[in-house]
Design a protein around this ligand. Structure first.
Ligand code: SF4
Length: 321
């Protein structure tokens, strides 16, 4: 680790990377709302009815300007450290598609300001024309999908109040429909492995669906501990699928701590901290600026790099964002 990196780490409260490779793309996850029509037992998207920025389009645009000026147009130390070339704004929730036209505006603005864009959704609003995205505002979509079996999804809480839950067939249709309005869209499926679904076999479904990326995450210790599984069971799930030739991007609990660059609905950076056993929040980015706000949280560049660096090798093969 260089002296300069030590200085940067102290200034930004960032753990500098020790890996030699660099990132092509920095990903900023904005949990834009905590409202959701599903009720997953393991959901951590609870900020206690925050004053969401999305109530004001002006505040949203100011936040996007702050982020673009700092991470894209600026020359921050974090850019030297990570070496990224582009910045992707990933909108998560809650369920971002519940925002309707506001989500469309955020995506259009983000594109105008130079971000690549992606959303993480439970996919339910992609059905039955509940919500149509404007054309070509999205570079990547991540859809959460935890089970082929309705009863399992119901037990996990992946259903709305009327008992509707995105099925495997509906997921296929939704992706097909999106491929016509979002040219070049990359697709990602996120599956949270927990005590209810860890024995399930997704091999043939994933071969058929062929998303650009299938990411499996070990359920985090939040809320219902009955869903937790051991590292061994998580690894068994991964190995079982890899043996059948399925490419998986696994993410265990330790990889998920202090490694996402995350913004909560009110517009503050936040991190889940191993040491403090909870979340650490910065001040509002719109009030203190992105540089000061980033200095107030722990950002682990090593785990960030290790998460995305593997994707980089696949970018070179032209398969995945
Ligand atoms: S779909 Fe996502 S945001 Fe909604 S309850 Fe489930 S985990 Fe939480």
């Amino acid at each position: 680790m260089s002296t300069q990196n030590n200085f940067v780490a102290n200034t930004l409260n960032v753990t500098p990377p020790t890996l030699n490779n660099q990132l092509n793309e920095l990903v900023i996850n904005w949990h834009i709302t905590e409202a959701c029509n599903y009720n997953c037992t393991y959901c951590f998207a609870k900020w206690g009815k925050p004053n969401e920025l999305l109530r004001s389009l002006e505040a949203i645009e100011r936040l996007l300007d702050q982020l673009a000026n700092y991470f894209i147009r600026g020359n921050p130390k974090i850019k030297d450290m990570l070496g990224y070339k582009t910045v992707r704004l990933n909108l998560a929730g809650g369920e971002p598609m519940m925002l309707g036209s506001t989500l469309s505006i955020v995506l259009i603005l983000a594109k105008q300001k130079g971000f690549n864009t992606s959303i993480i959704t439970n996919g339910s609003y992609l059905l039955k024309n509940k919500f149509d995205l404007p054309k070509n505002v999205l570079d990547m979509i991540g859809i959460s999908f935890d089970s082929l079996d309705y009863q399992t999804r119901k037990e996990i809480g992946r259903i709305d109040r009327k008992g509707n839950s995105l099925s495997a067939e509906e997921l296929k249709c939704a992706l097909h429909k999106l491929s016509h309005t979002q040219i070049g869209l990359k697709t990602k499926i996120n599956t949270v492995i927990n005590a209810i679904n860890w024995r399930e076999n997704f091999s043939s479904f994933m071969s058929d669906l062929a998303p650009d990326k299938w990411k499996v995450l070990q359920v985090m210790p939040y809320g219902n501990d009955e869903l937790l599984i051991s590292d061994d069971k998580f690894n068994q799930f991964v190995e079982r699928h890899e043996k059948q030739g399925i490419t998986i991007y696994p993410e265990s609990n330790s990889a998920m701590t202090e490694s996402y660059l995350m913004i909560e609905p009110k517009g503050r950076f936040y991190q889940n901290s191993r040491d403090l056993g909870g979340y650490v929040y910065s001040d509002c980015i719109n009030e203190v600026g992105a540089n000061k706000a980033l200095s107030l949280i722990n950002f682990n560049a090593n785990t960030f790099m290790s998460r995305y660096s593997r994707d980089e090798s696949i970018i070179a093969l032209g398969e995945v964002i």
